[in-house]
Design a protein around this ligand. Structure first.
Ligand code: BES
Ligand code: MN
Ligand code: ZN
Length: 499
């Protein structure tokens, strides 16, 4: 889909979209079109339930006096409530609507509105961003689709009084969208295509953006003592990798220490010998989403040349049963030196992160580390798919994360850490065990386990098991891989960690 910005005009074909505020209050462009069509918009509204509320949509086909195929009235609600997210959602919904109608070209008019938060050029850019985000589709394996089953919308023109301003703002947003798409692409791929080696190769593509990419193989990881991560991968024909990405966007910063993101990258999680039930196991192809989001975040930051030094780490491994798979009861030695009793081979994400987090702080001495992981089913029980669970050893970082999440619509709910939960992970046979043994506080005890491998570096953990994949469409997120976390972390950096 091509997105263009232009001065307001009356198009000769396709669809024309104009806004209507709450209580059927026509925006200036809607008033103009109403006049040009001899009052068709007013009559159409009178004959319908359309009130101009946010999400209301009314289509007027074959409007009198205009060459366009249809005019679409876009309900905007109340002007003061129109924030960035509202404009993005409007753009996303319109793309879905237009594709549903088989439309190929559309123009939307963005007006100056009394009491609005955003300038028209900003609103135009956000509308376009939402449209772009919703236009995503993972369809590379659909070989039999007929043209009419494919998305039809080829061009979206956003008409606004300062199109060059809008275009400039949109350029950065479009880079974030490209990063979101990159993440959605790799998370959507099945596990016969994406496994540790190939996932690391995909991350190599970021070198084009100036990201330094290193890929550690099992031999080097063994030398480093990563017994926890390697244990998870030992039952698979696909050997693990440790992905290390560096974006040095602030070489002259006063504080040169980087910030760091660490992702769980289990390319498929069968559960290992503690094997999962067959039903729904295919979902575990997206158990690498934490790493997918870290890669996407590096893509976003490098893409828009963010003035920050960032490390991105992915612990990439496939969790399979097999002749050499690790057994329940095995004791492994992690890079930190702590021994871990593996009581359940399905609690593998924490084992991967234990070594990835330790390696990260040991090598890079970051200001803080944030890990992302589809870590527990328990967080889905607690929060569903509305909020991701957040744990942090640092109140300031926690607050910044919550605020960044609110700003981009990737919401975080802070969960507790406590010494008494930590105690639940003590093992009789080793320093720590990988499950508590009961069902209580399953997401919290997993976080407590991770905390033992942070070496007291300020840290946050995002359990994204419930938010990383969606079974239904949302305004700016088609069902499937959501890329939850890319926009959030990009925003965190933009708001607090750029020079
Ligand atoms: N990858 C899963 C967590 C998960 C479950 C993500 C469902 C998305 C949807 C993780 O590796 C896992 O298996 N966790 C276990 C931990 C348990 C064995 C303590 C779980 O949550 O059941
Ligand atoms: Mn598991
Ligand atoms: Zn897992």
């Amino acid at each position: 889909m091509k997105i263009a910005f232009a001065e307001s005009s009356t198009p000769k074909s396709g669809s024309l979209i104009v806004g209507v505020l709450d209580d059927r209050k026509l925006t200036p462009s809607a008033q103009r079109v109403d006049k040009e069509t001899g009052g068709m918009l007013t009559r159409a509204m009178d004959g319908s339930k359309f009130k101009g509320r946010k999400d209301d949509v009314l289509t007027v086909l074959a409007p009198n006096g205009l060459a366009v195929a249809r005019v679409i009235l876009l309900g905007l609600g109340k002007a003061p409530a129109l924030d960035a997210t509202a404009w993005q959602n409007a753009g996303g919904r319109m793309v879905a609507q237009l594709n549903g109608a088989g439309e190929t070209a559309a123009q939307v008019e963005i007006d100056r509105l009394d009491g609005a938060k955003l300038k028209p050029a900003e609103a135009a850019a956000e509308f376009a961003y939402g449209a772009r985000l919703r236009s995503y589709r993972f369809d590379k394996y659909r070989t039999k689709e007929k043209p009419e089953q494919k998305p039809s919308l080829a061009t979206l023109t956003v008409a606004v009084n300062k199109p060059d301003d809008a275009k400039k703002r949109f350029a950065d947003l479009d880079k974030i969208a490209a990063a979101v798409f990159f993440t959605r692409d790799i998370v959507s791929e099945p596990a016969n295509i994406i496994y540790p080696e190939t996932l690391a190769e995909r991350a190599r593509e970021l070198e084009e953006l100036g990201v330094e990419v290193e890929i550690l193989k099992p031999k080097e990881m063994k030398k480093l003592g990563m017994g926890a991560l390697l244990g998870v991968g030992q039952g698979s024909e696909h050997a693990p990798r440790l992905l290390v990405m560096q974006w040095k966007g602030a070489p002259n910063a006063k504080d040169k220490r980087p910030i760091a993101f660490v992702g769980k990258g289990v390319t498929f999680d069968t559960g290992g010998i503690s094997i999962k039930p067959a039903g729904g196991m295919e979902d575990m192809k997206w158990d690498m989403a934490g790493s997918g989001v870290v890669i996407g975040t590096m893509h976003a930051l490098a893409g828009r040349k963010a003035k920050v030094n960032v490390i991105g780490i992915g612990g990439l491994v496939e969790n399979m049963p097999g002749g050499n798979a690790q057994r329940p009861g095995d004791i492994v030695t992690s890079m930190s030196g702590q021994t871990i009793e593996v009581l359940n081979t399905d609690a593998e994400g924490r084992l991967v992160l234990a070594d990835a987090l330790w390696y990260c702080q040991d090598r890079f001495k970051p200001r803080f580390m944030i890990d992302l992981a589809t870590l527990t089913g328990a967080i889905i029980v607690a929060l569903g798919s509305e909020y991701a669970g957040m744990y942090s050893s640092d109140d300031k970082l926690a607050k910044q994360l919550v605020e960044a999440g609110e700003a981009v619509g990737e919401k975080l709910w802070r969960m507790p850490l406590h010494a008494n939960y930590d105690k639940m992970m003590d093992s009789d046979a080793a320093d720590v065990k990988n499950i508590s043994g009961g069902r209580d506080a399953g997401s919290i005890t997993a976080a407590q386990f991770l905390k033992r491998f942070t070496n007291d570096v300020p840290w946050a953990h995002l359990d994204i098991a419930g938010t990383t994949w969606s079974k239904k469409d949302a305004p700016t997120i088609p069902k499937g891989a959501t890329s939850f976390g890319v926009r959030l972390l990009d925003r965190l950096v933009a708001d607090h960690y750029e020079e």
